[in-house]
Design a protein around this ligand. Structure first.
Ligand code: 9D3
Length: 255
């Protein structure tokens, strides 16, 4: 699939695209990422891409024309029809469902807003969906675009190694609907703190049950909404329910 990113700061993406486990997806053709800077199609001595807001007020607004011209360049390369996403604080909150639907398509055009926002006429003419990554203020849409690309890359087959894809199937909280269990590695004792004994026992059934109990109790305490959703979806066994009942409001001695 192909993602075309429209950004005034394409240099922000280079280390992201060439580092870590997702490099395989971005380097291999699984998720092709092309970067376009509207300044390159902007005209005039100063190649303006922003201007002051009609009606007054603070900040600058991204102009419609350089953004539209950039879309025309992209359309000429990939053909029309890809969904156009604008990252914006007023967008729908990004979640696993949106990531999945983007990961199962042919890609999208990702427009990164900067300044106070984008001329509404560009949005009305070209944007299919606006996405936010949460209720906090960022400086622009570049980090949200990288968040989305990272999440999409992880869903590509063969991006996570064999061991990791098993991990993905078993423990992705967005899949089984529970938060992750705690993790430990060497040494067995660190600054007077031990690793839970069951993890050293080699008893795989007990370990799996302990991890599941940890997930259930931790999720009940911190995300009771996820427990309710897991229950409604029939994802809790009788044993799970018994653990939760004993745990009360998440005050299990396990925690
Ligand atoms: C004064 C009103 N502000 C809105 C909260 C103005 C404003 C702040 C920050 C306008 C744009 C921005 C830049 N942010 C993004 O482009 C953005 C964003 C974010 O700030 N938070 C979470 N998700 C996103 S997606 C794009």
């Amino acid at each position: 699939m192909r993602f075309d990113v429209v950004t005034l700061f394409p240099e922000l993406f280079a280390p992201f695209l060439t580092t870590g486990i997702t490099r395989r997806a971005f380097g291999s053709g699984a998720v092709d990422v092309y970067l376009f800077n509207p300044r390159e199609v902007a005209v005039g001595n100063y190649r303006r891409v922003d201007d002051r807001p009609f009606g007054g007020g603070p900040g600058m607004v991204m102009m419609a024309e350089p953004l539209q011209k950039t879309l025309e360049v992209i359309d000429a390369q990939r053909g029309r029809g890809a969904p156009v996403v604008l990252f914006s604080p007023i967008g729908q909150r990004l979640d696993h469902g949106m990531v999945q639907s983007l990961a199962s398509g042919d890609g999208a055009v990702l427009v990164c807003g900067r300044y106070e926002g984008v001329d509404q006429r560009f949005i009305d003419a070209h944007v299919d969906v606006q996405i936010s990554i949460g209720d906090f203020v960022l400086s622009g849409g570049e980090l949200p675009a990288m968040v989305l690309l990272d999440a999409v890359a992880r869903l590509q087959p063969d991006v996570l190694g064999d061991a990791d894809s098993h991990h993905f199937d078993s423990f992705n909280p967005a899949l089984d609907g529970l938060l992750d269990c705690p993790h430990y590695t060497r040494p067995e004792a660190w600054e007077g703190r031990a690793v839970p004994e069951v993890l050293l026992s080699g008893h795989h059934v007990n370990i799996a049950r302990w991890r599941r109990d940890q997930q259930l109790c931790f999720t009940a305490r911190h995300r009771p909404d996820l427990i309710a959703a897991a229950r409604a979806a029939g994802r809790l066994s009788a044993k799970d329910e018994a653990v939760l009942a004993k745990d009360g409001a998440g005050k299990n001695e396990l925690l």
